[in-house]
Design a binder for this molecule. Structure first.
Ligand SMILES: *Cc1c(COP(=O)(O)O)cnc(C)c1O
Length: 363
């Protein structure tokens, strides 16, 4: 049985009729950008996260860089972020000319908050909390430090739709929560999409103006903005996704629970969940010092895996200019060498999971 690391088609076919009806409805409406679907999605997504406002944007990266832009963070400013994140988190900072300051991760793959305060300088302006792989970061400590040092708090929720810390939804702790709806995310569009959620009305207005060439009123431009709009088709399809998100989340939790219960191989380190945090299992990430061997072993059995991520941002060619090298962030680098995401997707069958579990246990 061939098993892929991810199957986006399964998530489509389960609700095929609803998606197709909505697509036709939007196509036949004659209105394709900034209309009722976007407006309704923004309201529904704000309600889902428990925040006041939502502004739809073109991608998760746009949500991040525009967030720092409207918060006034730029050259000379430092932003604290975990070293082991997807490179887009870092680009959101550097696209504004600000400097990322990397913090090592803890055992839950998120920012080690015990190492956060020592990184704060007079140039520090913000913390970017990433909820990697779908598990909430330690938001009590992060929020306290942001308040204590008067720092902006931005959350990268591209992998954490629905994850909570102390019962509160990720994305609602700080100034701005940034979401991606890239097709492989837990709430995925059928193309690119993103959004921010926030509680401040004025800030929400800043995002609305910025995403539309800096114009509040057509052809009257207040500032140099961007073209970063969630389109009507994606917004409509995301509304269908949103109707089923709790069911999909429960399914991912069931799959994760079974992995945690039935994977028994001392060569593999299984992921843990922090006290107070919930995980929505965007990825199920194991660690092993024998990764190459394991990947080959699984490949022979036609089981796909993905490494999230093989090269940490500070070692990527794109960030040579920051001046880091091997050894700068040893834990981040160790994770990059050891992590492996095993098959996890909505619509995964019991047989498929049994096959993955048997293969992993016999390695
Ligand atoms: C996917 C992702 C992004 C970027 O989102 P896009 O919509 O692909 O631009 C940012 N941060 C993290 C952690 C992500 O996983």
């Amino acid at each position: 049985m061939k098993i892929m690391a991810n199957r986006m088609d399964r998530g489509f076919f389960r609700y095929q009729k609803e998606f197709e009806d909505k697509a036709l409805e939007v196509l036949r409406s004659g209105w394709y950008v900034l209309g009722n679907e976007v407006k309704s999605f923004e309201e529904e997504f704000a309600a889902y996260t428990g925040s006041r406002y939502c502004v739809g944007l073109a991608s998760g990266l746009d949500a991040l860089w525009i967030a720092f832009r409207v918060l006034g963070i730029g050259p000379g400013d430092e932003v604290l972020v975990q070293g082991n994140t997807y490179i887009a988190s870092v680009m959101g900072i550097t696209m504004n000319g600000a400097t990322p300051i990397f913090v090592e991760p803890d055992e839950y793959f998120n920012m080690d908050t015990a190492k956060l305060e020592e990184k704060i300088t007079e140039r520090t302006k913000a913390i970017l909390a990433v909820h990697l792989y779908g598990q909430a970061s330690k938001m009590d400590t992060i929020s306290d430090l942001a308040k204590k040092y008067n720092l902006k708090l931005v959350e990268d929720c591209a992998q954490s739709h629905g994850a909570r810390f102390d019962g509160q939804m990720t994305g609602t702790f700080g100034d701005v929560g940034c979401f991606s709806f890239y097709p492989s995310k837990n709430i995925g569009a059928f193309g690119d999409g993103g959004a921010v959620v926030l509680k401040d009305k004025k800030l929400a207005e800043d995002f609305r103006i910025f995403r539309n060439y800096g114009s509040e009123k057509r052809y009257y431009n207040k500032l140099v903005g961007a073209n970063s709009r969630l389109d009507e088709l994606q917004a409509g399809l995301l509304r269908v996704r949103l109707r089923h998100t709790e069911e999909c989340e429960r399914e991912r939790c069931r799959i994760a629970e079974r992995y945690l219960k039935e994977l028994k191989n001392p060569k593999l380190l299984l992921p843990g969940v922090r006290e107070g945090a919930t995980a929505v299992w965007h990825q199920f990430v194991i660690r092993t010092s024998r990764r190459e061997e394991l990947i080959a072993y699984l490949n022979e059995r036609e089981i796909g895996t993905i490494i999230h991520y093989p090269i940490p941002p500070h070692l990527s060619e794109a960030y040579q200019g920051l001046g880091y090298g091997r050894g700068s962030f040893p834990i981040t680098e160790q994770y990059a060498d050891e992590v492996l995401s095993i098959p996890m997707y909505n619509g995964m069958t019991e047989e498929e999971q049994t096959c993955v579990i048997e293969a992993l246990n016999s390695f």
